[in-house]
Ligand binder design. Structure first.
Ligand SMILES: Cc1cc2nc3c(=O)[nH]c(=O)nc-3n(C[C@H](O)[C@H](O)[C@H](O)COP(=O)(O)O)c2cc1C
Length: 404
């Protein structure tokens, strides 16, 4: 038997020499990327992303809420021309998937927000920049992404807050969303146990970690300092960037009046982000918002709070068909995106999934996750027998086996 015959018999594939490509080729879903991220990152950083508040009941519920749904597909409807494309406030996107705002992204990988925005732009999906980003509103424009959104925290310093709104408008951000579920910070027990410091600091434990995970530390030690790129130094803290210092800037006194004031400043589409029940949803429309982003912050704020997926149908009932409704917290698969839409949402927002990709492999890792989610969504829609996002919305609850 010749060598070629042996190769064919064993179906030997040429060895992939590029480490990143080899790693990503072995990642077939978000959980694979999560595991790769856990291997690569120091524990305090990984846990900061992965963890939730208190006993992490809501974090677990978020995942369960999707996993327990059971579909009832429609058959023989022709799935050859199925498309996942959609529209946000008149602009088209490749799929009803949005990359949600996450703070401190350069702590996960030195390329941070720019890497995420470039990957999102290539996949034609909107990306929401966080107030507490480590790349500024203006610097992110270098990504070339034409559909950037901005997330606003209402800080104690209102001049600073309103200044951010003006800067986002001047820089051409398309949508503004105000996060309203952080009047005080959630109690992240993993961070407290790990003694999380931002940026990660040298301690005995960190030195051991450097020995175990040199790649992360080499990358970080050679990168510009991690700072709050939009807001600068926090007053009264000697410039120290810690979770506690940051939390002290959130204003527990925010009310609807603040939302109305910001509505007056921002001309584009305005969304509210947080846990929003049917009654508050109607109140939000009275305050002039254009849409709602139902979210429990990925289980990172109030623990034991309802999972947003379970509230979608009731909120849709309260606000009617035209109001833009986004949902997040627990989306890990394209099938979850399809479920969110069939239950009444217009789109699904992801947080941790793209961060796992970023932590595992930088920009190619984010691209990989987005490719997986889009392919999973398309396949789910084809197997469900719906040809478009609109059909998915219209089919609604009929796509689920009663009671699931
Ligand atoms: C590490 C991390 C940082 C976050 N930072 C912010 C933030 O700055 N502003 C915000 O509105 N939401 C923030 N979120 C919440 C996300 O926008 C989103 O609501 C949540 O991650 C969705 O849940 P998922 O992670 O299960 O997809 C953050 C989430 C994570 C995981």
């Amino acid at each position: 038997m010749k060598l070629r015959d042996v190769r064919e018999l064993l179906r030997l594939r040429p060895l992939e020499l590029n480490r990143t490509r080899r790693l990503l080729a072995a990642c077939h879903d978000v959980e694979d990327l999560r595991r790769a991220a856990r291997r690569r990152l120091p524990r305090p950083v990984f846990d900061y992303v992965d963890g939730g508040a208190d006993q992490e009941c809501s974090l677990a519920d978020n995942l369960q809420a999707f996993a327990r749904r059971r579909y009832l597909p429609r058959i023989l409807r022709g799935a050859a021309d199925t498309t996942t494309t959609t529209q946000w406030f008149g602009r088209s996107a490749a799929a009803p998937i949005i990359l949600g705002p996450t703070g401190y992204t350069r702590m996960m990988h030195r390329d941070g927000e720019l890497a995420v925005a470039r990957a999102a732009g290539r996949h034609r999906l909107p990306y929401v920049l966080s107030t507490v980003s480590t790349t500024s509103i203006e610097d992110l424009l270098a990504s070339g992404h034409p559909d950037l959104w901005f997330q606003l925290y209402i800080w104690r310093n209102r001049r600073l807050t309103f200044g951010l709104v003006e800067r986002a408008a001047a820089a051409g951000y398309q949508v503004l969303e105000i996060t309203v579920d952080t009047v005080v910070p959630g109690n992240r027990v993993r961070d407290a146990r790990n003694g999380l410091a931002i940026p990660p600091q040298l301690s005995l434990r960190t030195l051991l970690d450097i020995a175990l995970r040199p790649a992360y530390w080499i990358q970080m030690l050679g990168s510009p300092a991690i700072t709050l790129a939009n807001t600068g130094e926090i007053p009264g803290t000697d410039g120290d960037l810690t979770v506690q210092n940051l939390a002290s800037q959130f204003d527990p006194g925010i009310t609807w009046t603040d939302v109305e004031k910001i509505r007056g400043l921002w001309r584009g589409p305005l969304l509210l982000k947080g846990v929003i029940g049917p009654e508050d949803a109607r109140r939000a429309l009275d305050a002039g918002v254009d849409g709602l982003h139902l979210s429990n912050h990925g289980g990172r704020q109030l623990d034991r709070v309802v999972t947003p997926l379970d509230t979608v149908a009731a909120v849709r009932g309260a606000v009617g068909e035209q109001c833009c409704l986004l949902v997040d917290s627990g989306i890990r698969h394209g099938s979850d995106v399809a479920a969110a839409i069939a239950l009444g949402a217009d789109g699904a927002v992801v947080g941790r999934p793209y961060l796992y990709g970023l932590m595992a492999a930088g920009e190619p890792g984010v691209e990989h996750v987005l490719g997986l989610l889009q392919a999973q969504l398309l396949r789910t829609m084809q197997l469900l027998g719906v040809a478009s996002v609109q059909e998915l919305r219209q089919a609604g609850a009929t796509l689920f086996w009663a009671g699931s």
